[in-house]
Ligand binder design. Structure first.
Ligand code: NI
Length: 185
């Protein structure tokens, strides 16, 4: 089932999300719905607060980047209670990021090119892995959502001011997107 995506200005996007428990009610269905929602929106990552659930749950589909980055081939991951343990490199890279919760906006964001991450998959099996490139990019963006952050928090105040009109329109419930959104009231 495709769920409506929350928009910038919705308080849930600024909340610290709660850990997922092993007996979390409706977890399987929520994950399935998130994959449906991500596919319909043609996105590469989605965090539970973006579908109105303040839970530490993220899905990633990096397969659109497989041509440039072979590591992204078949890379679909469900991350439950994920944690970045380390940034094993000092190298930061720039990428023009967007977010399904901020339709119509994209900005260059600098982030470390490598993460060491620990998470539980949909079967609650623990994984500890090192990801670089787009896998590192997407995971950092999505994990930010679990701590109430969005990508515009990483850009310069000048750039943010230039986006002011668009951000205000979102806050006021006037966002439009080519996918299903939950406009602010
Ligand atoms: Ni996002």
């Amino acid at each position: 089932m495709i769920l409506p995506i929350t928009v910038y200005g919705n308080p849930i996007l600024r909340k610290k999300a709660q850990p997922v428990t092993k007996d979390q009610e409706g977890l399987k269905e929520l994950i399935a719905n998130m994959y449906d929602t991500l596919a319909a929106a043609e996105g590469v990552g989605l965090a539970a607060p973006q579908v109105g659930q303040s839970l530490r749950l993220v899905i990633i589909d990096a397969t659109p980047f497989a041509e440039d980055e072979p590591a992204c081939k078949d890379f679909k991951r469900t991350l439950i209670n994920p944690e970045i343990l380390d940034f094993p490199t000092d190298e930061e890279v720039k990428f023009n990021e967007g977010c399904l919760s901020l339709p119509g906006i994209s900005e260059d964001v600098w982030r470390p090119d490598k993460v060491e991450i620990r998470y539980f998959d949909e079967n609650f099996v623990e994984h500890q892995e090192v990801w670089n490139g787009m896998r590192a990019r997407i995971s950092q963006h999505e994990l930010d959502h679990l701590d109430g952050k969005v990508f515009t928090d990483h850009i310069s105040p000048i750039r943010r001011r230039m986006l002011g009109g668009k951000l205000n329109a979102m806050i006021k419930g006037k966002a439009t997107a080519r996918y299903k959104i939950l406009n602010n009231k």
